[in-house]
Design a binder for this molecule. Structure first.
Ligand code: HEC
Ligand code: HEC
Ligand code: HEC
Ligand code: HEC
Length: 156
């Protein structure tokens, strides 16, 4: 064979060889030992434990019942039933120890995440009622008139 064919061939062989050598040092010991249960065995066994140890930050409303029962009851009986407490108040992982209080966001933007009017046909506005931020009771906090835990009820 001609040199100009052989030289790149040696380079290619060298590259593959060095990748195989590097693999010996870089691939963790427990890679692929879980057999074929995982696609092609491409799986690191200790990863299972890592995910088990991963701290979950959200607790769900079952956790709030213990101390904020009336809030949970009114939320569950309201059109906001599908909205989780922690969607509005943030993750409660160690509350009430740390933080002692969860944040309360009274801004209009906070509600408009879901209630901004979307002017598309077939958009979610059929399910989640949208309002026009510039028309609907401008510059006043939504919670002055709507109870976030029971938005269908009249508020004085
Ligand atoms: C073990 C009891 C306990 C649990 C469980 C608990 N809280 Fe609290 N929470 C408290 C205490 C105590 C306070 C501070 C006193 C207060 O304002 O009621 C507080 C304060 C708050 C505040 C701030 C109130 C304010 O006036 O600033 C919010 C919001 C809140 N909790 C939401 C939640 C949510 C959401 C959950 C469930 C994910 C939850 N809490 C679970 C005990 C608890
Ligand atoms: C749609 C957003 C939203 C959801 C969902 C929500 N909250 Fe609130 N929460 C607020 C807002 C806004 C305030 C402030 C109300 C005000 O100023 O009148 C508040 C106030 C509070 C307060 C303290 C002030 C008070 O009114 O006594 C507590 C405690 C609280 N929420 C707990 C909860 C719990 C528990 C849940 C779930 C059962 C929950 N919240 C669900 C938005 C929400
Ligand atoms: C995570 C999304 C979400 C957020 C944030 C949210 N809402 Fe809602 N809201 C909903 C859903 C879902 C409904 C129920 C729609 C239905 O099924 O009728 C609803 C319904 C309502 C209604 C109509 C109640 C009725 O009479 O039917 C009002 C008013 C309302 N929300 C006010 C608020 C206010 C005020 C805030 C801010 C404190 C807020 N919402 C934040 C999702 C949200
Ligand atoms: C000054 C009091 C007031 C304020 C502030 C206010 N609203 Fe309202 N809202 C009302 C009244 C009254 C109605 C019912 C009459 C109507 O549909 O206009 C209503 C209706 C709604 C509805 C139901 C619309 C429908 O089509 O069913 C939603 C959703 C809503 N408001 C969300 C909000 C949000 C989000 C904010 C803050 C960005 C807000 N409101 C601020 C008084 C208020």
């Amino acid at each position: 064979m001609k040199w100009h064919v052989l030289r790149p061939l040696w380079v290619a062989i060298g590259l593959v060889g060095s990748i195989l050598v590097a693999r010996v040092f870089l691939v963790p010991d427990d890679f692929g030992i879980n057999g074929r249960n995982f696609t092609y065995g491409f799986h690191r066994l200790s990863n299972i434990q890592e995910w088990k140890d991963f701290p979950v930050k959200y607790r769900g409303r079952e956790y709030c019942v213990e101390c904020h029962e009336e809030k949970v009851d009114s939320l569950n009986a309201s059109p906001h039933q599908p909205v989780e407490c922690e969607n509005c108040h943030g993750a409660a992982v160690n509350h009430p120890d740390d933080p002692e209080l969860l944040p309360i966001d009274r801004s209009r933007e906070h509600c408009l995440r879901c209630h901004a009017q979307l002017n598309y046909p077939h958009s979610a506005r059929d399910q989640v009622p949208g309002i026009n931020n510039r028309m609907h009771m401008r510059r006043r906090d939504c919670a002055e008139c709507h109870n976030p835990h029971s938005p269908a009820e009249e508020k004085q």
